[in-house]
Design a protein around this ligand. Structure first.
Ligand code: NBG
Length: 829
């Protein structure tokens, strides 16, 4: 078994039996009963399932805390450089199952529950999803914490404890409806509040000059108001090790002193208002894919968590006895996209205003501390703040940014005399129209290392997005291809597959994913192929039940499960998938003798609440689903399912059941993708473009084991410059024309010919993401998939090879690359 049983550990018997920390079934049973009675305060007989979940979770938490305590001692002992991973999002997924897996106690816990007549899996299923992220970026941060802990780098993930995470999605009449996510409703057993480490954060106001006690001219920030950030800590245990990472999330509260002042003046309601206003800062996660430019609260949110985190680092640095001048020896601060980029100005403010370091020295410390990961090239996703808004929230930071910019642009003018175009492009301040602060430029200028998240993306970062910066300092640009944790996405999600792999190549692969290579030898072994296919079939049966339960749709587990789950966005092209489905539908309708591979098309994903087109795509999927699933002539050949509320918890049932993974973004638009890795690790084959990490996945698994189609990033670019005419494709391809016409004639909208017009009109006249151009190659490639699936032995062979060759995509590899190339740090022993 992968899951090392605690009996493998050379622990004295007494430790296995200890109620708070022991890992034997007996100890776990006693712990559960203790926690249920003494902490939850309920007798077993009348306790609810939630009570019992709490008792199990508390028992697991005790065992993590025991390891965490040792970890703190280790950190404090050694003068180690520590990673501070600053991220506005951490999409952790439910903890219980994963923590038990990493502790290696799942089977013992299950036995303990069974002896009490209880079902462990029911409790695992009950946990609320802590949805503190939108999608890939937040989930990546969570995978990286798991790997930081497993590899053994000292690390803290700093973020925001949103009261409301990503909304829950329900589907009404085919439309997405957003419901607030109340993940904290029943409390959160995994976190511990640390009010004694709370930090005060200033906002608004102005800056002023003053003379200090040595007669020097100094500047200070006189805030308009202050809020308090309280940290909530969740230790994240690594797999099969004793090391943990820490997730420290800040929650905003009103500053007491302000309240009292108002109370004394008798302004009770004013004080309450202030409290509510302050708490709003960490109230809700903002969606991505939506313009955030004008959102005052979002800027406050970003600054809030960054200021708390930088102060926390300074506190720890000084506590360790290091002078502030050595801050960068203790910390490498990773900016997960530009959301926390204001940290650069904040550290400068602390060093210059508070610690009175000379500017040059402060800048040197700052640049040595920071590195920045870019996660997107989409221009609309690049953060910039209108100057008036910025200066109203962060007046002192704006001055600091001006100073950084002024010095930087002087350098540019010396290096490139007369090139004012360059100066304009590289400036932190966008002055082309209304003035903005460009956070990406600040991040690049203030970091010693900048990286993209897949090879192609990193190349485009260098050649397009930051071409001027790259030309000036190429050595600062890196690539670290994303990775995902195989603990959650293989072992926990797909225990059947994990067991099968263990049986063949032994354990150890979960923390050394390259060992999966050992499976290659068996790719042609018919016996092995059979058990491999059995595991897949069982997973499909499991998903079919979930689909039935959640949508009422009955699907055939023997059909090809063709799955596209991810955020809904035009560049990800869920509607290209739909066009293929409609064409297939047409073909079956028109040809009574049609033979093809029966397929179940499964979609899942949320659309940003303000993103009209994405919401219309969801409606289209559901409308097509309704018509096709009810048509007796086709419904045995194709089914279309939209699974609502795609999140980490649901994803764990989806990846293992996929035969085909849809990764069909317009080349050059998907920075990396990580779902593509999770599917492939679970034995799905990919149909995809040469985009993001698809390219590297294809390189690894072999081009013969990957269904490739579509324009390359270069071809996309030249087609656009040469003048792209989507209409020509429509007229040149009968099937495409029919598919679009069918949508427009109201077949999928009860005769409403206008409903989907915004979508089809956009495709015919603009088609920014080149669906029309990629339609034919995509549809043809889907035909190849059809043929391939009809040879089960060969399909399984390809599936095995996909898994066997996924070693590169472990987040452990990615984290080691960061450690070596960007952070220059050593793991704890
Ligand atoms: C996303 C990209 C994905 C990538 C993840 C993680 C943002 C801004 N970017 O392609 O779209 O896999 O980041 O790097 O969410």
């Amino acid at each position: 078994m992968t899951v090392k049983t605690p009996n493998d550990n050379p622990l004295p018997q007494a430790e296995h039996e200890h109620v708070r920390t022991g890992t034997s079934p007996r100890a776990l049973k006693a712990a559960f009963q203790d926690n249920l009675n003494l902490v939850v305060g309920r007798p077993l007989e009348i306790s609810t399932a939630e009570d019992r979940y709490h008792a199990v979770a508390l028992s697991v938490r005790d065992r993590i805390m025991q390891r965490w305590i040792k970890q703190v001692e280790r950190w404090n002992g050694a003068n180690l450089r520590q990673v501070s991973y600053l991220s506005a999002e951490f999409l952790m997924g439910p903890h219980l199952g994963k923590e038990m897996l990493n502790l290696g106690i799942t089977e013992h816990a299950r036995q303990a529950m069974t002896e009490l007549g209880l079902d462990l899996d029911q409790f695992i299923g009950l946990e609320e999803e802590p949805g503190l992220g939108n999608g890939g970026l937040g989930r990546l941060a969570a995978c990286y914490l798991d790997s930081l802990a497993t590899v053994g780098y000292p690390a803290i993930g700093y973020g925001i404890r949103y009261e409301f995470g990503i909304f829950d999605q329900i589907i009404k009449d085919g439309w997405q409806v957003e419901v607030t996510d109340k993940w904290l409703r029943f409390g959160n057993v995994w976190e511990i509040a640390r009010p004694h480490f709370a930090q005060v954060v200033k906002l608004g106001g102005n800056s002023e000059h003053y003379t200090d006690e040595h007669g020097a001219d100094r500047i200070r920030w006189v805030p308009g108001r202050v809020v308090v950030g309280t940290p909530y800590d969740t230790p994240i245990l690594g797999h099969g090790v004793e090391t943990c990472a820490l997730l420290r999330l800040w929650s905003a509260e009103a500053a007491q002193s302000f309240d009292f002042a108002d109370f004394n003046r008798g302004d009770y309601y004013g004080a309450v208002h202030e409290k509510v206003y302050s708490e709003n800062i960490s109230k809700v996660l903002y969606p991505n894919d939506e313009q955030i430019q004008g959102k005052h609260l979002r800027l406050e949110q970003q600054y809030f968590f960054v200021a708390c985190s930088i102060k926390d680092m300074i506190r720890l640095c000084l506590r360790r006895g290091l002078p502030i001048e050595r801050f960068n020896e203790m910390y490498c601060i990773q900016l997960n996209d530009t959301h926390p980029a204001i940290a650069i100005a904040e550290l400068m403010r602390q060093l210059v205003d508070k610690f009175a370091l000379p500017w040059e020295q402060a800048w040197d410390i700052t640049r040595k501390s920071f590195s920045y990961t870019n996660h997107t090239l989409l221009p609309e996703a690049l953060e910039k703040w209108p100057l008036p808004l910025f200066s109203s929230v962060l007046p002192r930071h704006l001055e600091i940014i001006y100073e950084i910019n002024h010095r930087f642009l002087d350098e540019i003018r010396i290096r490139y005399p007369g090139d004012e175009g360059k100066v304009e492009r590289m400036s932190i301040i966008d002055e082309s129209g209304e003035k903005y602060v460009r956070m990406a430029n600040l991040a690049v200028i203030g970091s010693h290392a900048i990286n993209g998240v897949a090879e192609l993306h990193s190349e485009l970062v260098k050649s397009q997005l930051f071409a001027d910066f790259h030309e000036m300092a190429p050595e600062r640009f890196h690539n670290v291809t994303n990775g995902v944790t195989p603990r959650r996405f293989i072992a926990l999600s797909n225990p059947g597959l994990a067991r099968l792999i263990d049986d063949k190549i032994g354990d150890g692969w979960l923390t050394d994913l390259d060992r999966l290579k050992g499976l290659e030898t068996y790719a042609n072994d018919t016996g092995f192929q059979q058990v491999w296919a059995d595991v897949k079939r069982d997973n499909k049966i499991r998903l079919a039940k979930i689909i039935k339960h959640r949508t009422g749709i009955v699907v055939d587990p023997a059909s090809l499960f063709d799955i596209q789950v991810k955020r809904i966005h035009e560049y990800k092209r869920q509607h290209l998938n739909v066009l293929n489905i409609i064409s297939l539908y047409q073909r079956i309708k028109h040809d009574p003798k049609y033979v093809g591979t029966p397929r179940t098309f499964i979609f899942g994903g949320k659309a940003a609440p303000g993103y009209f087109m994405a919401k219309l795509i969801i409606k289209l999927i559901n409308s097509v689903s309704e018509v096709i699933n009810h048509d007796p002539q086709v419904r045995d050949m194709i089914k279309v399912v939209f699974l609502p509320d795609y999140n980490v918890k649901h994803a764990q049932n989806i990846y293992p059941a996929a035969d085909l993974s849809e990764q069909i973004s317009t080349a050059g638009k998907e920075a990396s993708g990580t779902g593509n890795m999770k599917f492939s690790m679970n034995g799905a084959l990919t149909i995809g473009t040469l985009d993001g990490a698809n390219i590297e996945i294809r390189e690894e698994v072999g081009e013969e084991n990957f269904f490739l189609f579509g324009l390359t990033a270069d071809q996309v670019a030249s087609l656009k410059t040469d003048g792209y005419a989507p209409y020509d494709y429509y007229h040149g391809d009968m099937e495409l024309k029919q598919a679009i016409d069918l949508i427009n004639c109201g077949l999928f909208s009860h005769g409403d010919t206008r409903l989907f017009r915004p979508l089809t009109d956009h495709l015919l006249h603009h088609d920014e993401y080149l669906l029309m151009a990629d339609y034919r190659p995509y549809v043809d490639c889907q035909q190849e998939v059809d043929h391939a699936y009809r040879d089960p032995a060969h399909w399984t062979h390809m599936s095995i090879l996909n898994v066997a060759r996924m070693g590169k995509f472990s987040s452990d590899r990615a984290i080691r690359e960061y450690g070596k190339n960007i952070w220059n740090i050593e793991p704890l022993q």
